[in-house]
Write a protein that binds this ligand. Structure first.
Ligand code: PRP
Ligand code: URA
Length: 227
């Protein structure tokens, strides 16, 4: 199992150019960790849970997109011509339904022109095995930087299946963003999709006998959608 995290801190991130991206990156920015504590708390009401997970998703997305290539552009300011930048490739965000929508809500204000594709996967409550029930993927995945969004990486079954679907549809550059991960899910992804970097806010202790992450935050979809 190769789950040694790259412990990330925005203040030192600029020095990270030579680090390998295939190990999980744990975003330890103090504000990220405060948002995480708030969404873990069972006493946090749904409207606050939504706000905190939206903000945390935005911070994780900033880290996940840190090394996207840009093209130089020319910009006319009110005073003169200067250089600017635009992303070299399209960005496709892929929330795993349902709970991934909570990350998407936080990310889209930062990148309103991102393409959004959807993968629907639901764990079987008895077996914890993933059941894929929906997919709507664009045709230009090969040309894009693809960000797979799901707050929870538990057994890794859902993320592995989603990454498989994305690759089958042509995706070449996939990054997974998850709020809470654990050694079991990270190991599953490292074994099945070692080319997919993972950006997370936490690597928790592990799974309980119902395959929930401990300490975790409970059922992310139920908490986000108040069900
Ligand atoms: C949750 C979560 C992940 C999955 C993680 O979704 O949002 O998709 O479980 O578990 P795994 O790593 O063991 O596959 P769930 O299946 O409960 O569906 P929901 O988002 O519709 O509630
Ligand atoms: N799905 C969740 O929403 N939470 C967990 O802890 C595990 C899977």
């Amino acid at each position: 199992m190769n789950v040694n995290p790259v412990v990330e801190n925005f203040a030192s991130a600029g020095k990270r150019g030579t680090m390998r991206r295939m190990q999980p990156v744990v975003v330890q920015h103090p504000l990220a960790q405060c948002h995480l504590a708030a969404i873990r708390a069972v006493s946090t009401p749904a409207h606050e849970f939504r706000r905190h997970i939206n903000m945390l998703a935005r911070m994780l997305f900033l880290e996940a997109t840190r090394e996207l290539p840009v093209q130089e552009t020319s910009v006319q300011t009110p005073l003169t011509q200067t250089r600017g930048a635009r992303l070299a490739r399209p960005v496709v965000c892929v929330p795993i339904l349902r709970a991934g929508l909570g990350l998407l809500d936080g990310i889209l204000p930062l990148m309103p022109d991102a393409i959004v594709a959807h993968v629907g996967i639901k764990r079987n409550e008895e077996t914890a095995l993933p059941h894929a029930y929906y997919a709507n993927l664009p045709t230009n995945l090969a040309a894009a930087d693809v960000f797979l969004l799901d707050p929870m990486l538990a057994t890794g079954g859902s993320a592995c299946e989603a990454a498989r679907q994305l690759k089958e549809a042509g995706a070449l550059r996939i990054t997974m963003i998850c709020v809470v991960s654990c050694p079991e899910g990270l190991a599953a992804m490292a074994q099945t999709h070692p080319d997919v970097p993972i950006i997370t806010a936490a690597i928790d202790d592990g799974l309980n006998d119902k395959c929930y992450i401990v300490p975790g935050l409970g059922d992310a979809g139920d908490r986000y959608f108040s069900t």
